[in-house]
Write a protein that binds this ligand. Structure first.
Ligand code: ARG
Length: 563
């Protein structure tokens, strides 16, 4: 049983007239230092109802409470401090983990409700950026965390495959492009066309008009425009799929912006019927003054639709298709206003479910303190990052464990895992500076460190012959094991907190803590010594491996058994 619940149950037996178990659970705190016990209950809020000083209330509770299952319960000023019976609690935790295996920490909070996650969503004919990597790995981890909490996530890649830039690209291709060139190196070539278009358009603004005209043709179903569009899209998507493959991330849907092409009338008409659509300099807009937001543009002067228009249609489509509980958008913080506008327009249109739309923003990745941008040429290609990470991992393995059997596979799992873990260990709103060598280090706060801790645990278990331990005697008298046991017991609450905060970093930080606690334990105890606690020590090692492996899995990172 959850330790907090155990404490709350004991308290509730005394305080049943004042507080419910849940209310008590919410009040329970962690004492600042472990000499004050493992959990504490403050009594201030009872003073008024009981007309007693908090100190007195604490003392009275201690006099009355059933102390079975605790080492001791004491009053310290206005607090009731609980010292858990470490052997009992520890044995229970180990038993639970060994019984549940990877399912340890699962809950059914979500009742299988649907949560679409708009994630990754790179733009066709542009390279996938580090920002898209962040969205991809954060979205994927959130999807795993949702499943662990009993929800049904739907991973949607809202590809940027529509918009005026395609018109520009077509103009550029027709003027300077060649089919063979595009085929040989699709994204780089298309980007080069696009950049050249922008340069030449500075001197020759007439090009912009042509670009708009071609996009209009595309929207109106012109055959040549359609064909070019489809070709550009297929070629770029192939490169993206290649990266997703390496990250081992899959999607439930690739319905991007173009998918909503024929689905925008409904919202546009609705806004019109409600008198929300107003004309401004020839364009159609929705005024959002009362939300303190800039106007949302719904149609351009030439009648062409916008990013916003397609997002409105997409939101409605998702509501209808998935009847969502929440609808997540894992998109960089720079689009905060866009999502505020999206929600506001839907709210104006009368959709109460607009409140369930949640933008989950994240911070910027910089290099040497500078912002990345396609236009300035300061970009990091994701493919290069992954390649370099795997190479570095390979070198480290060659150093440490040159005889490892499936070296190449493990190097991939460590290198790619390092990149993913590094991205996820930072709170998502924190911006961070990217430094590859730092990402792939085996020591310190890194993914490989967690993987390595798990591999070491597995190696001990192998040495012991991978024994079956669920039914063994699992109490440990060794006080040094307590920190690790306590952390193991906190995994289920950690899984909930990660979802509640929409923060994969909660899991990553937890995995680092657990690794550190375990390594400390491991350094100070002789696990394989033959005495009557050997099974319990091995059970602890096995439990650590189960929980580390599961934590990494939630983040989308492999946990090799040897490295
Ligand atoms: N393609 C966009 C970009 O790269 C992100 C799309 C996010 N999703 C959405 N539904 N707007 O900036």
């Amino acid at each position: 049983m959850d330790n907090k619940l155990q404490v709350a149950n004991a308290l509730a037996a005394v305080l049943k007239d004042q507080l419910s178990v849940v209310e008590i659970q919410n009040k329970i705190e962690m004492p600042k230092t472990s000499d004050l016990g493992d959990l504490a209950f403050p009594t201030f809020m009872l003073a008024k109802a009981l007309r007693k000083a908090p100190q007195q209330i604490a003392a009275d509770i201690v006099a009355e409470i059933d102390q079975t299952g605790f080492e001791k319960v004491v009053a310290t000023g206005p607090y009731v401090n609980f010292f858990l019976d470490k052997q009992l609690v520890g044995a229970n935790i180990l038993h639970e983990i060994l019984t549940d295996g990877a399912a340890y920490g699962n809950n059914t909070d979500g009742e299988m409700r649907n949560v679409p996650i708009d994630m990754s969503s790179p733009n066709i004919a542009k390279p996938m950026s580090m920002g898209h990597l962040r969205s991809t790995v954060i979205g994927n981890a959130l999807a795993n965390i949702l499943v662990k909490n009993g929800y049904n996530p739907v991973k949607i890649n809202h590809l940027g495959d529509w918009g005026t830039q395609f018109g520009k690209l077509m103009v550029a291709y027709k003027m300077w492009g060649s089919e063979a060139e595009v085929k040989a190196d699709p994204i780089n070539t298309l980007v080069a066309y696009y950049v050249r278009f922008h340069e030449e358009a500075k001197a020759n603004p007439e090009l912009d008009d042509q670009g708009r005209a071609w996009f209009k043709k595309l929207e109106d179903g012109d055959e040549e425009a359609q064909q070019l569009w489809k070709w550009f899209r297929d070629e770029s998507l192939q490169e993206f799929l290649n990266i997703y493959d390496q990250l081992e991330i899959t999607f439930d849907s690739f319905n991007g912006e173009a998918f909503y092409n024929d689905k925008m009338d409904e919202i546009v008409n609705l806004l019109e019927d409600k008198g929300l659509l107003v004309e401004s300099q020839g364009a159609q807009i929705v005024d959002l003054e009362k939300y303190n937001l800039p106007v949302a543009m719904i149609k351009r002067t030439d009648g062409a639709t916008l990013y916003m228009t397609r997002d409105l249609a997409a939101a409605m489509y998702r509501k209808r298709e998935y009847d969502f509980d929440k609808s997540f958008y894992v998109v960089g913080g720079e689009q905060r206003e866009h999502f505020q506008q999206l929600k506001a327009v839907l709210k104006e249109a009368g959709f109460a479910w607009s409140d369930d739309i949640e933008h989950i923003p994240f911070g910027l990745i910089t290099v040497d303190g500078k912002k990345l941008s396609t236009r300035s040429g300061r970009i990091i290609l994701l493919q290069d990052v992954l390649d370099d990470a795997v190479k570095l991992a390979n070198e480290q393995i060659n150093d440490k464990n040159p005889d490892l059997a499936n070296k190449e596979q493990v190097a991939k799992e460590v290198g790619v895992g390092a990149v993913i873990f590094h991205d996820l260990q930072n709170e998502r709103m924190n911006s961070f500076d990217f430094n590859l060598a730092e990402v792939v280090r085996f020591e310190g706060d890194t993914g490989p460190y967690v993987q390595y801790s798990n591999a070491r645990a597995n190696s001990i278990l192998r040495k012991a012959g991978n024994p079956e331990l669920v039914n063994a005697e699992l109490s440990l008298t060794d006080a040094a094991a307590w920190d690790t046991l306590k952390l193991l017991g906190e995994f289920p609450a950690t899984v909930r907190r990660a979802l509640n905060d929409r923060e994969p970093s909660v899991i990553a930080k937890y995995a680092l803590h657990l690794s550190r606690a375990y390594n400390k334990y491991y350094a100070n105890s002789k696990i394989l010594v033959e005495d009557n606690e050997k099974d319990a020590r091995l059970a602890l090692v096995q439990a650590v491996s189960i929980v580390l492996t599961e934590s990494l899995r939630l983040l989308g990172v492999h946990a090799p058994k040897e490295m």
